[in-house]
Structures are given as structure tokens and as C-alpha cells.
Design a protein around this ligand. Sequence first.
Ligand code: UN1
Length: 496
Amino acid sequence: MTIQLTHNIGGVATPSVDGRTLEVHSPSDDALVGVAPRGSAADVDRAVKAAREAFETWSRLPAPARGEILAKSGRILEQRKDEIAAVMSREMGKRTEEAKGDIQEAIDTAYYAATEGRRLFGRTAPSELPNKFGMTIRRPIGVAGIITAWNFPIAVPSWKIYPALVCGNSVVWKPAEEAPCSGAMFAQALWDAGLPNGVLNVVHGYGEEAGAALVAHAGVNCLSFTGGTEVGKLIASEGGKTLKHVTLELGGKNPVIVLPDANIDLAVDGILWGAFGTAGQRCTATSRLIAVGDVADRLLPKLIERANKLVLGDPADKRVDVGPLISKKHRERVHAFVEQGKSEGGKVLTGGAIPTDGPLAKGWFYPATLVDDVKAGSTLALKEVFGPVLSVIRVKSLDEAIAVANEVEYGLSSSIYTADVNAAFRAIERIEAGITYVNAPTIGAEAHFPFGGVKGTGNGHREGGWAPYEFFSEVKTVYVDYSGGLQRAQIDNRQE
Ligand code: UN1
């Protein structure tokens, strides 16, 4: 049965003003999964107006009361987890187990955000003058525009929407056009939990249309975006024209460094999960294996053997390890990177060919691929692939490994496998990334720690944990002078 979606503006289910729609096809077999309205500037404008109106009452509700609605939505997501995971898996190709993990990340975020409503701390500090009190409080910003990617259709939106709401903002959200059905189910959990009309508005559509309209709209005060680096730069510059606060979560080219003293079997487990989990379609995916000294000779035979055994296929089938890529076009891009890697001297150890037989021919499948002898500085060593492709770069020392790890334009996640605590701490200190794992894969960030990256991965903000509440609220400094007289700072407390 095809899922029919609508925008939700001010609590009203509504088609696009111009009546246009877009289709959602499963990457597993190209079947039609859903039809969503294709929003334009007119729909965004209506949604921003609804959000602005709702802001007036929502922002005045005490933050702990806002938090209670969020907690309830978390409980609803728990009840609906299986049902939502099935839709997510169907529309964007994530394995069911991983789809449940995606939803669990949102549940964790709901409960964290709910209790943040009882913190949203300000500070006090002593005044430099007698009988005067100084403190800060946090105020909501206004309307938050949120634009998210298809690879985490619920977890990543939850990192943005929950903190925005508990801080007292209202939201206009454009979910990814490839995964709007599970996105809509996430929003429904909030509405069913009692979120008042207009506090969260959903406008479906494409980035160039609905997304661009949201970025440009003068009634939107802050923007939070997860997606590609080029689009992120555009959003920062367009949003800057109306002085919007902007937070960006962009690409990655995440390295795992393996030292000769590492536990090889543990490294193999971590590399396989990091590189081929979610078919490599995570911004945290392990994309480069930087093998130090002779470790590659012990590591690669095991990796090849295990990668060969990974089952490609229907993400709803429990026996499957790797689902499809999101689209035919994206698969072409991934394959082109592998071809480019070969032309630059890389050797394909396993994978590297588009399946053409049986049920796999119906979807956008691509096998787990290992490319050895990738040269530092080459295309495959530098560019984000966003697919199940792992480049092996051989180096001589830890110093060289760290230099190679840092040669890319991105800096999201990273990992080192070693038994040497000194080496681990050197890597922690020197790898240019927002996240470093020791003896664990590059994926699997937990909802209550800050998440984000340096360099081309973002613009300095973090999601997750305590960080986003700073972004989604503004500080007000309050001075209360109870001296009964005029006291002049910097002057009356100086005797010269
Ligand atoms: C993303 O790929 O956009 O750490 C987010 C992880 C997940 C989040 C990934 N918890 O891999």
C-alpha cells in the first residue's frame, strides 16, 4: 500500500499550494513506497507564519512542561518502534535492526531533552559593585528551520527538533525527500504526545525548492542542517544574509588507524562494522584504513575473508548484512569512485562490481569493497564516497598515519586500534576530528555526548548531549541593582 503524505502546517494536514507531489521509491526494488507533497516557497511561507504564531504561547509554557510532551513522544516512539522501522527500512534501505537503532537514538534524545527542560542553566557571578546582582538566563530564539538528510531519517532530526522545542522555539522541518514517510511518523509521535498545533510544522519537498525557501525566509531565526558540505556552505552564506544562526553537520572521510600491536580480530570486527554497516552511508562511516607497518599483511586476509561473507540484499531480511544504496544515481557515483581509485593505482581486493543477477538486479545494491594501495593524496584517499568502500592506505609510522588522517578537508569521526596507551593519547590529541574512538569503530556515537566535526565537517557547533541547547537559545545577561542609588561600573568602584 502506498503511503500518502501531506504537509502539516499549523496542525492541518495539507497538500502543496500548487498541488505538486513527489514519489518515494524503495532502493531495494524500486517499488513505489509513498507520495509526498512537493513543497515550494508558498508552503514554506504558510508554515513559517504558523510557527511564528505558535511561538507566542509555546515559548511561554514553562520549559519543564515542554519537556513532558517530549518525554511522552519518546514513549510513543518506543511503542511504535517496529512499525516505524519497517517503513524506514523500506523507504531508504537501512537494515531493520539498524532502523530500530535509528529510532532508539531519537528515544534517548527525547528523554535527555525532556529533562533538559529542568536545567537550561544560566549562571551567576559576583558583581563588581556592592548591592548588585548579576546572572544569565536563556531565552528561545524564535522559529527554527530544520533540514535533514535521508540516512538517519529520525535520529538526526531528533537531535535538532527536541532541543529546539525544549528551548521554547517553534519549528519548520523539511525532512529528506528520500525518507519522508518515517520522518512523518516521527513528527506524528510529537503531535500525538500533545504538542500544540503549529509548534512543529512539516513541509516536504526538495532542497532546491522548499529547503531554499526555508533558508531565505526572513521569519526563520535559526537553521540547522545535516547534509553535504557544498550545500552547507550555500546555507551558511544564504542564511547569513538575514543573520540567521546556522549549525551545520556535513561530510566525513573517517580514518581508522591500526598499529602493529593492535588486537587484530577486534580491529577486523570494528572495521567491518564501521565501513559496511548502513552500507557505508553514514557521515561517520569508516572510509580509510590507515595500516601502520606490517599490520596490513595480518589484517587484510581476515578482512577480505569476512567482507566476502557479508550478505547483500533485502534490508528487512535478518540474514542480510548490507542493504542497498539510496539511489541508482548514488550507486553510479560510488562505483565511479572505485573506478577512479583503480585508475590511480588502487587494487580492488574484494567487491567493486555492480550486481546484475537475481533479485539484487532490481535494487541499487553495491558489495562491500576493499581497495588496497590507495595513495595518500589520491581521489579515493580524499573524497567522501558515502558507500561501502574502504580504502587501504599503508604507512610506516604513527606520525605518518596521523598526517594522512589529517590530510582531508573533513574532520568528523576517527579511530585508532592499539594496545599502546601512549600511542592512543597521541592520536587523541593530534587527529583533527570532532570524535576519536580508541579500540572501537568510527560509528556509534551515543545521544548524550556532543557530536560534530572540525574543518569542512561543520561550522563549530555540536549536536547531541548538552551542546545543542546553547545553539537553540540565546543568553540574556541580567543585572539587578538593589543599592537604591546610581552605581557606575568601571568608575565608582575605582578610587584614584
Ligand atoms: C550520520 O551519519 O549522519 O555515530 C549520523 C553514528 C550514529 C549517527 C550517524 N549514531 O554513526
